[in-house]
Design a protein around this ligand. Structure first.
Ligand code: ZN
Length: 192
């Protein structure tokens, strides 16, 4: 086992517990966070952005103080295998991504990532990730452009009567039709 993998061993164990299993994406994510932290050096206050909702958020959450719930981890739904760790005051950081040119040397991983093969054997993909370590990653220095976090005033939705950020207007995101994910099926019971 390489010294890097030895150093990361507990994260693989802890990550598998937290995530349910050691998926290829989680294993890659652990190497990504490790690389980003190495490049950044010692920073007190680091925030993170991940560019996919799958696997990578968990790697960040087990390895850094950034969590989805504390707001230091932002999750983009871009479906891209990349993470950025950055100094939250200076906004400079490093973006690490899975480099498709580099994964061509790892056939199982390549097919898994490109979804060419539905029956890709997870343990074979994970073995290739563990063999590759950082060899499949590339990185770039970045300046983060996220707007500062603000907690604005709330207002009461004129349709459902629940509160929501006033910046949405009179209607909450659901009532305005902007976003919707549920249908109420027992309204009489909850209102009685
Ligand atoms: Zn509403």
């Amino acid at each position: 086992m390489s010294s890097r993998k030895q150093y990361l061993k507990n994260y693989f164990i802890e990550g598998a517990k937290f995530h349910g299993n050691l998926s290829p994406g989680l294993a890659i994510g652990i190497f990504m966070v490790d690389l980003a932290e190495d490049i950044l050096g010692s920073h007190g206050l680091v925030d993170a952005v991940v560019e996919t909702q799958l696997c990578l958020p968990d790697a960040v959450q087990i390895m850094t103080p950034c969590s989805y719930g504390n707001g230091w981890l932002k999750v983009k739904d871009w479906g891209k295998f990349a993470i950025t760790l950055y100094d939250k005051e200076r906004l400079d950081g490093v973006r690490v991504y899975l480099d498709v040119e580099k994964i061509k040397n790892y056939p199982h991983l390549y097919h898994w990532y490109m979804r060419g093969k539905k029956d890709a054997e997870t343990h074979e993909v994970v073995s290739e990730v563990m063999e590759a370590e950082r060899a499949i990653l590339s990185w770039e220095k970045v300046k983060v452009k996220l707007p500062p976090k603000e907690k604005g005033p709330v207002s009461i939705c004129i349709s459902c009567g629940e509160t929501h950020p006033a910046s949405n207007g009179e209607l909450c995101p659901r009532c305005s039709g902007k976003d919707d994910y549920y249908q109420v099926i027992n309204e009489e019971i909850t209102k009685s």
